[in-house]
Design a protein around this ligand. Structure first.
Ligand SMILES: Cc1ncc(COP(=O)(O)O)c(C=O)c1O
Length: 401
């Protein structure tokens, strides 16, 4: 890649985290240890949750959250098809089945009214448990999993009401939502369990990494056990100078623990989150202003009393309006040295999901419209004014030709 190529989600790594990684390497303890503990505590404080459990990815966070909450074979989890495949894959990893419900076109988030209609019209409440059973599949619906897409909050209050009425869990995919707020509450302090991603393109980067937050101490304790082989005590406690202790496997757990090397990055990235979001807001406002007259759809303004974490700035390229397909625009921007992303090809249209569940184009029209038109242009706290100007100029050139 040439030096002046602008990637769509450049990580913003600075000197304090570089120094902390070096210190970690020199400390002799690079695995799960004290830095992970500090990162968990700081993250729980940042979102306003009682507990935070660090893992090696959001995919693991989603999978383990559902496992500890008892979601498994024979269950269904309601989610949006307009997400990264990991959301739905994680549901399948538990043995459960995703129940896709369409999004609202403006917010690109799971539509609570459509979810309500599904529960009212296509489910019956089980006589003993009160849990909804999907009549057509015979499966129990156990959870609603909204995604805070691009950093815009999902309608969590409406989902909470549905969850309370139908005895469902609210498990949020907050991969894009570090710092997202609804009515003064941070995402991570709202649902039963919330899962975050610290992947390289995210607002908060640990390379690979994820976190689960929950107010439920029991679920948090189970998450720790499930994330480390099902052992009764983690490695730090087994081998540190606090004294060697024996352990037992209490469940056949997984291997999803975060390392201190990752937490070394996370600690400083987290401390700078507000600054990062503020810088992203400035870039966002420039795009809103400078792209307003172009034949493109721009992101909907944030809903009242919410804060958008400004993770992805997605323009909508509709050939009828833009005169070009999204893929043409993407290709031409690439040739101008401007990287973009597509978030996302809807999950139901991926090969596996078409084959296994017989999904077809037309099943979720709103998600498909977004999937066909969406293009994420560069957004990062690392972008310079000159780079932002190049992105604006690039879009002007491509759409003028
Ligand atoms: C909406 C969404 N969910 C889940 C994931 C999975 O995150 P990770 O890569 O940390 O496993 C991503 C990551 O890219 C995502 O964008």
């Amino acid at each position: 890649m040439s030096d002046d190529y602008i990637v769509f989600g450049a990580p913003d790594i600075r000197e304090p985290e570089i120094q902390e990684v070096v210190d970690t390497l020199r400390s002799g303890w690079i695995g799960t240890g004290p830095r992970v503990g500090r990162f968990e505590q700081a993250f729980a404080e940042y979102v306003g949750s009682r507990n935070a459990v660090a893992v090696h990815s959001c995919t693991a966070a989603l999978h383990l959250s559902m496992r500890v909450a008892g979601v498994g074979p024979g269950d269904e989890v309601i989610t949006s098809p307009q997400t990264f495949a990991a959301t739905a894959n994680a549901i399948l990893h538990t043995g459960a089945t995703p129940r896709f419900i369409d999004i609202r076109r403006d917010s690109q988030n799971l539509d609570p009214e459509a979810v309500g209609r599904f529960l009212e019209e296509e489910c019956r409440a089980d006589r003993k448990t009160g849990v909804p059973v999907h009549r057509a599949s015979g499966r129990e619906v156990r959870a609603i999993m909204p995604i805070h897409i691009a950093g815009r909050p999902a309608e969590v209050d409406a989902f909470r009401e549905l969850c309370d009425a139908w005895n469902l869990l609210l498990i949020e995919d907050g991969a894009h939502a570090v710092g997202t707020e609804v009515g003064g509450r941070r995402v991570g302090s709202i649902g039963d369990l919330t899962c975050f991603s610290f992947y390289v393109t995210k607002n908060l980067v640990t390379g690979e990494g994820g976190m689960v937050t929950t107010d439920d101490d029991d679920l948090a304790a189970r998450l720790k056990v499930f994330a480390l082989h099902g052992l009764s005590a983690d490695a730090w406690k087994r081998y540190s100078d606090e004294g060697f202790s024996t352990y037992e496997v209490v469940v056949p757990g997984f291997k999803a623990n975060m390392m201190d090397l990752q937490a070394a990055l996370g600690l400083h990235q987290l401390a700078r989150q507000e600054e990062v979001i503020a810088r992203r807001e400035v870039v966002w406002a420039t795009y809103d202003r400078e792209l307003a007259d172009l034949p493109l759809g721009l992101p909907a303004p944030p809903a009242p009393d919410t804060r958008h974490s400004r993770h992805l700035y997605t323009v909508m390229v509709d050939p009828a309006r833009s005169g070009k397909t999204r893929d043409q625009v993407q290709g031409e921007l690439h040739r101008l040295g401007i990287g973009t992303g597509i978030h996302y090809l809807p999950v139901h249209l991926h090969d596996y999901y078409r084959r296994e569940f017989r999904y077809r184009r037309g099943d979720f029209p709103e998600a498909e419209w977004v999937g066909d038109s969406t293009l994420s242009i560069p957004l990062s706290s690392k972008l310079t004014e000159a780079q932002v100007a190049r992105v604006v100029e690039g879009l002007r050139t491509v759409l003028a030709n």
